[in-house]
Every structure is written in structure tokens, then in C-alpha cells.
Design a protein around this ligand. Structure first.
Ligand SMILES: [Cu+2]
Length: 154
């Protein structure tokens, strides 16, 4: 019995060690993806380009203040459990490194109701239903519906 417990403890620590090794290896392979804050997207209005990005844990999204008057901040209830929220200043770039898998919803605060929102999918997300349950103001509702569609068909 005691022997069995020891074996389980050993395999658990080996598993943890492999996770740490994977984590330590990821910065070398980590990618940076650019998302631009625009006043005139090719679809017309204000928005993030691209509005949906798919990345891996350890990757960074560089939100670029390409046009003035915008910012980026995570939306309460639209990030994975235990994940860190983020918030940038209006008119400034923001770098966010994502270490926790899942789907993240974010907005431009001044233009949230106009539908200036976006999604970041880190690895394979299992929290999409939770994000979809969050009520959205104005044009953000239809915009998010389209972005969720993009995530579903990726
Ligand atoms: Cu904006």
C-alpha cells in the first residue's frame, strides 16, 4: 500500500517536472502577435484588427495604438477562471503575455457599445459558453456573436 502511494507521488512529481520543463522551454518559442486598434477597419467602423487571434500559452499579444483614442481592457466575466485581467491606457500600446489557456474577451472602453471588442484564444478554450453568457451593450452583442462564430469555425 505504502509502496503504491510512493509510486503515485513519484509519477505526479515527474508530471510536474515535465510541465515546468515545457514552461521553461516556451519563452524561446514564444510568439508575439500584433493586434491594431483602428478607427476605420476594412469593415467600416472602429475595431481591432484582427479581432480574433489564436495563440499558445506563453505567447504575447502586442496591442498597437495605430489610431488615437482607443484602449484595450479585459471584460469582467470574460476571462478564464484564475486568469489575470489586463487594461491599457487610451492611446497607448499594451503587451499582454497569456499564460493561462482559455478564451479572453476584451473591449475598447470608449467604444464598447459601438462594438469595438475582440477575442484571444489561448490553446484550446473550454470557457466559451461562460463568455457567451455575459450580457453585452449596444453593438457589442452582434459583434461578439460574429467573433464567437469565427472561434467556432477555426
Ligand atoms: Cu476605441
Amino acid at each position: 500500500m505504502r509502496h503504491t502511494i510512493m509510486r503515485h507521488a513519484l509519477s505526479a512529481s515527474l508530471f510536474l517536472a515535465s510541465l515546468v520543463a515545457a514552461g521553461a522551454a516556451s519563452p524561446a518559442n514564444a510568439a508575439t502577435v500584433d493586434v491594431r486598434m483602428l478607427s476605420h477597419t476594412k469593415e467600416g467602423g472602429r475595431g481591432f484588427d484582427p479581432a480574433v487571434v489564436h495563440i499558445h500559452s506563453g505567447d504575447t499579444v502586442h496591442f498597437i495604438a495605430a489610431d488615437p483614442g482607443h484602449n484595450v481592457q479585459s471584460i469582467p466575466g470574460m476571462i478564464p477562471e484564475g486568469a489575470q485581467g489586463f487594461s491599457g491606457r487610451i492611446g497607448h500600446d499594451l503587451n499582454v503575455t497569456f499564460t493561462k489557456p482559455g478564451l479572453y474577451g476584451y473591449k475598447c472602453l470608449p467604444h464598447y457599445f459601438l462594438g469595438m471588442v475582440g477575442l484571444v484564444e489561448v490553446d484550446n478554450a473550454d470557457n466559451e459558453a461562460k463568455l457567451k453568457a455575459v450580457s453585452q451593450p449596444g453593438a457589442a452583442k452582434a459583434r461578439f456573436a460574429k467573433l464567437f462564430d469565427d472561434v467556432d469555425h477555426h
